[in-house]
Design a protein around this ligand. Structure first.
Ligand code: GLU
Length: 338
């Protein structure tokens, strides 16, 4: 477990009153954590999965199987303009081609908008949110001494709160964060805490264009789906603060988090789906089949020697839980080969 950050707990007031059916859904989800490990892989269909995404998926799948638990697949497709046609079908086919089969039905956030909207309304009625009319342009134009601001400076937090359209535009809605540290259980090398006002700030939960924000949908889903453990890329570590803050406002504790190293290219750059970093198409073009790709993903983590060929199930049979913990902390996990 990573270093604790202090003894402060997640700041929260009394839990918000939710409609009974939604409260029951979240409560049942959280209670089901006690029945065992449940992880999830949650890609956005914004492009082909690259080898870093595939490696994270492999780690999540292996961990769920080694713990005798479940591995859910959720498609984070709320931000429709960023979705790419065909990307969802392609990622499902890629996971299946590698033998990374998920448990239960495929979940799509776009089918769960009613749930998120109900939670959003409850947060709004409970006074946890405030309307914000600061445009992205305005916020981008304000720069801090050392670069762009990452934390909203709170311009709309005080003062009048008209929420109707102004000049044809609706406001976005932000979560007003109480002072204090936001803490969670973090498994690997990162700390499991952030200072609320200084490092997280008031997060947008519904955008001005009406789209439910990723942080709200994800926080609700981790609870409702009974996710016990979130294993995802290190680039999402800072997203944990706002997501844990939403869960705390709703009155729930978060799952356990593990953020795994990103796989960087030869120049040390992060791989990117949207920029078309190499996915399975590239591997296939080089004549590699599923076992060869599993071998490459696993050897990048020093789980098997380079050049190994094995299926995901064969890899699973060679491993113990401690191997996964060790390999995500190993220098090879940051590997730049390929
Ligand atoms: N949908 C996000 C992505 O593809 C990941 C969400 C998560 O794992 O929390 O980057």
């Amino acid at each position: 477990m990573a270093e604790p950050c202090g003894d402060a707990s997640v700041p929260s007031g009394p839990p918000l009153p939710l409609p009974a059916h939604v409260a029951a859904l979240l409560e049942a989800g959280v209670a089901s954590r006690g029945q065992g490990y449940r992880g999830r892989f949650a890609p956005s269909p914004t492009g082909a999965l690259h080898r870093g995404n595939l490696r994270t998926a492999l780690l999540g799948w292996l961990e769920a199987r080694l713990k005798g638990g479940e591995w859910l697949l959720r498609i984070d497709d709320l931000d429709a303009p960023r979705n790419r046609p065909g990307a969802e079908d392609a990622l499902l086919a890629d996971l299946a081609w590698l033998g990374l089969l998920w448990d239960g039905p495929l979940l799509r956030q776009s089918r769960r908008r009613g749930l998120y909207a109900t939670v959003l309304s409850a947060l709004r009625r409970g006074g946890a949110l405030y309307p914000c009319r600061c445009s992205r342009r305005l916020l981008a134009d304000i720069s801090a001494p050392h670069g762009p601001l990452n934390v909203y400076p709170g311009f709309c937090r005080q003062g009048p709160r008209p929420w109707g359209p102004q000049q044809g535009r609706l406001p976005s809605w932000r979560l007003g964060l109480p002072p204090g540290r936001i803490e969670w259980r973090e498994r690997f090398s990162r700390p499991g805490c952030l200072d609320g006002p200084a490092e997280v700030g008031d997060t947008v939960l519904r955008r001005a264009d009406g789209v439910i924000a990723y942080h709200l949908a994800t926080a609700v889903d981790e609870l409702a789906l009974g996710i016990s453990d979130v294993l995802r890329g290190e680039d999402l570590w800072s997203s944990t603060g706002p997501q844990v803050a939403v869960m705390a406002t709703l009155g729930w504790t978060p799952p356990v988090y593990g953020h795994v190293p990103l796989w960087r290219d030869g120049g040390g750059q992060r791989l990117s789906k949207r920029e078309g970093s190499e996915g399975l198409e590239g591997y296939r073009a080089r004549g590699l089949d599923g076992p060869a790709v599993i071998g490459e993903l696993a050897s990048s983590l020093a789980l098997v020697p380079p050049g190994s060929r094995l299926t995901a199930v064969e890899l699973l049979q060679t491993l113990q839980l401690g191997d996964l913990e060790r390999c995500v902390r190993s220098p090879e996990a940051e590997g730049r080969a390929f």
